[in-house]
Ligand binder design. Sequence first.
Ligand code: ATP
Ligand code: MG
Length: 237
Amino acid sequence: MTKSPEIVIEVKDLCKTYFMSGGASQVVLKHLSFKIYSGEFVAIMGHSGSGKSTLMNILGCLDRPTTGGYFLAEEPVAQATDAELADIRGSKIGFVFQNFNLMMKRTIADNVSLPLIYQGVSDHERRERAIEMLKRVGLEGYENRLPTQISGGMQQRVAIARALINNPKIIFADEPTGNLDTRTSDEIMNLFADLNKQGITIVLVTHEEDVADYAKRLIKITDGQVEYDGPRKDYHP
Ligand SMILES: Nc1ncnc2c1ncn2[C@@H]1O[C@H](COP(=O)(O)OP(=O)(O)OP(=O)(O)O)[C@@H](O)[C@H]1O
Ligand SMILES: [Mg+2]
């Protein structure tokens, strides 16, 4: 008997409106619905301003939808409190940003082990686990450097090591290669592909067709709605 794949993300009729001071508002996400299964590699594409980062911030538990449902590993999180969202971010998911978001005055090891501070892990264990994660992303021996002493591609590897430190089942990345040259982008994408082979679900936003080619599934967002959702190989812009 084959086991049906586990749903890791379910978005149901999700809407997001930003309310600005002075009473203005902007509807950004309009009735999105989709499921993502364990082990998938999904690229999200769409024009600038189409709502990709807004969606990623909700999926990554950095923000909440205005209406609609969001289930992460079957847990409803659309109405979670700030503290609950922080808890989920610290334990279930990893997030990688375009600009790496590293603490520039702290060592690589401190950056990677940061998420463990909130769990009360000892200094010694944090360092051990940071070194282990750095090995996983090909940065063995770099633990004592500062982010300013390594290249942009290496800084993104550090950010990926930080995203991995809690053994998440899913990693979200918003334009992770946006600040990198083509060769370095390929290296980072190969790293994501390896992590995906190890069973981690990957959801990433990109503007670049070559980067999207690493994914098996594409979700194209146009004006806050899903324009295409299917195999990457069947979508030709
Ligand atoms: N915090 C916010 N408050 C108000 N409006 C916002 C906020 N964040 C985003 N927006 C608006 O929502 C729309 C979608 O923004 P979003 O950042 O999700 O787009 P995007 O698809 O990620 O674009 P890009 O490709 O340029 O990164 C834009 O019109 C933007 O101005
Ligand atoms: Mg964006």
